[in-house]
Design a protein around this ligand. Structure first.
Ligand SMILES: Nc1ncnc2c1ncn2[C@@H]1O[C@H](COP(=O)(O)OP(=O)(O)OP(=O)(O)O)[C@@H](O)[C@H]1O
Ligand SMILES: [Mg+2]
Length: 317
């Protein structure tokens, strides 16, 4: 069963009507982790924010459906959406200060989520907040209830943000670059924490990351995004062992591995919305582009069971 289904999602700049995210479709099976990967500026965060209906001003959803528990989230009233957000669907970010308020203690902030989404009174909420801080591995949780976010290290703040996300009893967790800002050892700890919480709470996770190394450790399914579109989607192992899109292969090429002598970075960068090439969006950087690729957009096709790709020349791969 899929817990979340995103179908043909389109996001445009409101004023210029320039498309930013186009025709993005993916399903998140219950209890699984789907990773959304791609370089900076591909539209990963906007896709995550669109699910929460939290797009920044100036951007709007112009098409598509987002089904969660058999409801189209795009049709919920603002009040209904507020109950979903931070409740059944929670989101965590690269920078915990996006979610944490600098002027309130950690305990107060988690307690507020518990009051709002679980109807607990303040005393019970604080006790539960302490339990959650312990669950996410924060040392001295009772004392930390009284701490302000700036008194904590980056890794601890990340744990607090995860505790706050758990407070609403989420079914779906959207994690947008949850470890990107942390040093490697802390990164590994947070990834391990997310993996264990996912099992324990039977969470379904949408993991947003530019780092295929991070993705490999957590994901069941991977969707690769380029310039506002999905270009490939497959079960994780298959994507790593049998990448079909030249962009996916380019991303894998720069993954450090012991047996690799040198990395071959992909030249150029993701074109911004409005400057994307006609035809295949990757055509101007693709090492195997043919004439047709500059003229027509390749279709989104299921070339093997559960393995989708948007490229004319998959058979040459
Ligand atoms: N608030 C905004 N106003 C205008 N343009 C925006 C805004 N947020 C994002 N964009 C543009 O939309 C495109 C997609 O952005 P998005 O943040 O989704 O990328 P991303 O894949 O998450 O990249 P990163 O890895 O850097 O986080 C980019 O071209 C970006 O410049
Ligand atoms: Mg982002």
């Amino acid at each position: 069963m899929n817990i979340l289904e995103v179908s043909a999602l389109n996001i445009f700049y409101s004023k210029s009507r320039i498309p930013v995210v186009e025709e993005v479709s993916f399903f998140l099976p219950a209890g699984k982790t789907l990773a959304l990967v791609g370089e900076s500026g591909c539209g990963k965060s906007l896709t995550g924010l669109a699910i929460m209906r939290l797009l920044p001003t100036g951007l709007e959803i112009t098409g598509g459906q987002i089904h969660f528990e058999n409801k189209n989230l795009l049709e919920l009233s603002p009040e209904e959406m507020r109950r979903v957000r931070g409740g059944k669907i929670a989101m965590i970010f690269q920078d915990p200060m996006v979610s944490l308020n600098p002027v309130f203690t950690v305990g107060t902030q988690i307690a507020e989520v518990l009051e709002l989404h679980r109807g607990l009174g303040r005393q019970k909420a604080l006790a539960e907040a302490e339990r959650l801080l312990a669950e996410v591995g924060l040392p001295a949780p009772k004392a930390r209830l009284k701490a302000y976010p700036h008194e904590l290290s980056g890794g601890m703040r990340q744990r607090v943000m995860i505790a706050m996300a758990l407070a609403g009893n989420p079914k779906v967790l959207i994690a947008d670059e949850p470890t990107t800002a942390l040093d490697v050892t802390i990164q590994a700890q947070i990834l391990a924490l997310l993996a264990s919480l996912k099992e324990k709470h039977n969470l379904s996770v949408l993991l947003i990351s530019h780092d295929l190394g991070v993705v490999a450790t957590l994901a069941d399914l991977v969707a690769v995004m380029y310039a506002g579109r999905l270009v490939e989607k497959a079960p994780c192992e298959e994507l790593f062992s049998k990448p079909l899109h030249p962009y996916t292969r380019a991303l894998l090429e720069v993954l450090p591995r012991p047996e690799k002598k040198s990395l071959k970075p992909l030249p150029g960068q993701v074109p911004p919305p409005g400057a994307r090439p006609a035809g295949c969006k990757f055509s101007d950087r693709c090492p195997s582009a043919q004439k047709k690729c500059f003229e027509k957009e390749p279709p989104w096709q299921e070339v093997f069971p559960r393995h989708w790709v948007r490229c004319f020349y998959v058979s040459d791969a």
